[in-house]
Structure formats: structure tokens, C-alpha cells
Write a protein that binds this ligand. Structure first.
Ligand code: PMP
Length: 357
């Protein structure tokens, strides 16, 4: 730390992203990326847009917002695009939380929420997940402040269906509820359909997972136009050209090909279910994840050991050294051959352990 670093941030613990090795040929099952590259059409759209990189990008993302509006049957006025959904989450913390309006979220959820709360210097409260890892939607600590719910939740993968979400929005109609749907395309119906009746809802989605564009950094959010206007006030005070030209073009091309999109989502879900079954056969406990990852623990080997021993075999998964979930590993769903390699490696780890007993 330099002597110039402001005292305001000296104690800030930044978010720890999963490892992104640049030179090793690890099998990466640790950051929930898609194993499928963008389609040739998406790649071509980005290449074509590169020819105009000498010009700033459209600060309103007009064409992309129009394409999103058509895809999700919304008005462009209800939409805002971001440099990944992380940026939109950050703007939401800035815009809708403060001294008298704390941020509230489950104790086990996406790690960035507490970092953003600290970064924006807003108070926050966490609500403990129930013993089965589901969100306690009736917890009294949810009765005040701006609520952040990842749905499906990370890293558990558990999903709150729209009926329960609708009732929750009604019970909390005086508070803003931010629903982070990073993994929704692998789960079920989006909360986007609830926007018309619930002016207290802000839905955030990403192109990073189901649309194979993690490296492009593209997210969007949808809400009542007044909420979008607030977020725009802050975005325009920070980075009006927040989405670059190539990403914008790639996003539009992705939206114009719903067939490849849904085929990829289906493939991931099928592989997820087959892998869940195989893990259970090996003795793992696996949560009912509806995301593009599985969250699993084994009674005989700790989460940390599993992580380390998989890494020694060239496979990266994610381990969180955190109370209640330290026995688990989070495994991103890859292609079937990649999952077969993971399962073989786990089998070897379990066998070696048995033999050494
Ligand atoms: N929300 C959740 C729950 C996530 O797991 C992630 C991915 N790390 C994000 C948001 C952010 O995704 P991105 O910034 O790539 O859109």
C-alpha cells in the first residue's frame, strides 16, 4: 500500500475472482464461464465493429437496448446496459443504498455484494440461509433496506420460483428488490415478467454465462424507467461509454440467434444433470443447483483437499473457505468430455484416499 492511498479504502478487502491462469493449460471449471465459444456470427460481428474502434461507442447502447427490448418484450426505456453485470450491481449499490437504507442480502451469496457495500460505504445486513441453504424469505431483517437476491443463488445454485418471488415483492412493496439473474437461463422463468406489476423490482442479467461472452463484459438491467433514469445519472457521471463497440455488436448478434442460445443452455443443463447423478453415485452431496455449476461436498474428503487435489491433476474448481460451506466445492459445468475428466479425477482422489486408510 502506498502512503498516498486514502484512509477511506485502506481496510477494503477486494473481491477475489476465481483463478485465471494465463500460461497453464488447466481445465477451468472455476469461474462459471461457458465451455462453448461465441458462434462464428457473433465473432464476425465483433470483428466488423473493430473497424470503428477509433470512434467512441454509443453511450445509450441504442441498438442493443432495442434488441433486448424485442427479445424480452420490454420498452428500451426500461433497460440499461453495463460493462458486465458487476458494473450494474455497483451502480445499484451507489444509487439505492445509503446511511438510512442499508443493503440486505443472504449471508451466503455472491461475494461482490459485501465488497460493493464496503466500497460505497453503505451499511449492510446479512440474513442467514436456512439449514437447507434456501433463502429465508420471511426473515425480519429483510423488512428494511434495499434487498439483493441472486436467483439462482451463488454458490448454492438454489432457485426461488416466480410465485414465491411475486409474493415476496408484494410483501416488500416499499423497498427496492434487486434480483441478480446471472444464472437464470439455466434455471427457469425470469423475474422480468414481474416488472409490469412491480415497480419495486430491478432485474439484472449477464451475457457472461449463457451467452458465452464473459470476456466481452456485457450485462443489462431492467426496471421501471424512473429506476433506470437514476442508474443512468450515476453511469453518466462515471463512464458514459461503458459498453465498447465490439461487445455491443457481439451482444446484438447473440440476441439475433435464439436457436444457438437455447441449444447451448439445454446442453449445459443436460450435462449438469448427468454430472449431478454421477457425483451422487460417488457419494457426494449435491445441492439442487439450477445454475451452470454444481455445489458438492463429500463426507470423506474436505472441500479444501478436493480443490487442492483436483488442481494437482490440472483441474480448477472453486472452494470458499467460509463457515458452513467450506466442505463444498463449486464445479462449473463444462463439455461432457471435460466433466468425464473431472469425474475420473474425483474417482481417483476417493480411491487413493481409501487405499491409504
Ligand atoms: N452475479 C452473480 C451471482 C455472479 O456469479 C456473477 C459472476 N461472477 C456476476 C453477477 C457478474 O457477472 P458479470 O460481471 O460477468 O456479468
Amino acid at each position: 500500500m502506498s502512503r498516498f492511498f486514502t484512509s477511506r479504502y485502506r481496510h477494503l478487502t477486494p473481491y477475489q475472482p476465481g483463478e485465471q491462469p494465463c500460461f497453464n493449460s488447466f481445465l477451468k471449471l472455476n469461474t462459471n464461464e461457458s465451455p462453448f465459444p461465441p458462434t462464428p456470427q457473433v465473432q464476425e460481428a465483433a470483428r466488423e465493429a473493430a473497424g470503428k474502434l477509433h470512434l467512441y461507442s454509443d453511450p445509450e447502447c441504442t441498438a442493443l437496448r432495442q434488441a433486448l427490448a424485442t427479445t424480452y418484450r420490454l420498452s428500451p426505456r426500461q433497460l440499461l446496459c453495463g460493462n458486465g453485470s458487476d458494473e450494474l450491481l455497483y451502480l445499484a449499490f451507489l444509487a439505492f443504498c445509503g446511511e438510512t437504507c442499508p443493503a440486505v442480502f443472504p449471508d451466503i451469496t455472491y461475494g461482490f455484494y459485501s465488497v460493493f457495500a464496503e466500497m460505497t460505504r453503505v451499511p449492510f445486513r446479512t440474513v442467514p440461509l436456512l439449514p437447507d441453504f434456501s433463502v429465508d424469505l420471511f426473515h425480519e431483517d429483510l423488512d428494511q433496506g434495499t434487498i439483493f437476491l441472486a436467483n439462482p443463488n451463488a454458490p448454492t445454485g438454489l432457485w426461488i420460483p416466480p410465485e414465491q418471488l411475486r409474493a415476496f415483492l408484494e410483501r416488500h412493496s416499499r423497498q427496492l428488490v434487486v434480483v441478480d439473474e446471472a444464472y437464470i437461463d439455466f434455471a427457469g422463468e425470469s423475474a422480468l415478467g414481474l416488472l409490469e406489476q412491480h415497480a419495486n423490482l430491478l432485474v439484472i442479467q449477464t451475457f457472461s454465462k449463457s451467452r458465452s461472452l464473459a470476456g466481452g463484459r456485457l450485462g443489462f438491467c431492467a426496471a421501471h424507467p424512473d429506476i433506470i433514469a437514476d442508474l443512468n445519472t450515476l453511469r453518466n457521471s462515471l463512464n458514459p461509454y461503458n459498453v465498447n463497440r465490439m461487445t455491443m455488436a457481439a451482444g446484438i448478434a447473440s440476441l439475433s440467434d435464439p436457436v444457438s442460445f437455447s441449444r447451448n443452455c439445454q446442453r449445459i443443463c443436460q450435462i449438469r444433470e448427468a454430472c449431478r447423478h454421477a457425483l451422487e453415485k460417488l457419494g457426494f452431496t449435491v445441492t439442487a443447483s439450477k445454475a451452470n455449476f454444481l455445489f458438492a461436498s463429500h463426507p470423506a474428503v474436505s472441500g479444501k483437499k478436493l480443490y487442492q487435489q483436483l488442481k494437482a491433476q490440472g483441474i480448477l474448481v472453486r472452494h470458499f473457505d467460509q463457515p458452513r460451506i467450506s466442505s463444498y466445492i463449486r464445479i462449473t459445468i463444462g463439455t461432457q468430455p471435460q466433466m468425464d475428466r473431472l469425474l475420473d479425477a474425483l474417482e481417483t482422489i476417493l480411491l487413493t484416499r481409501k487405499e491409504s486408510l
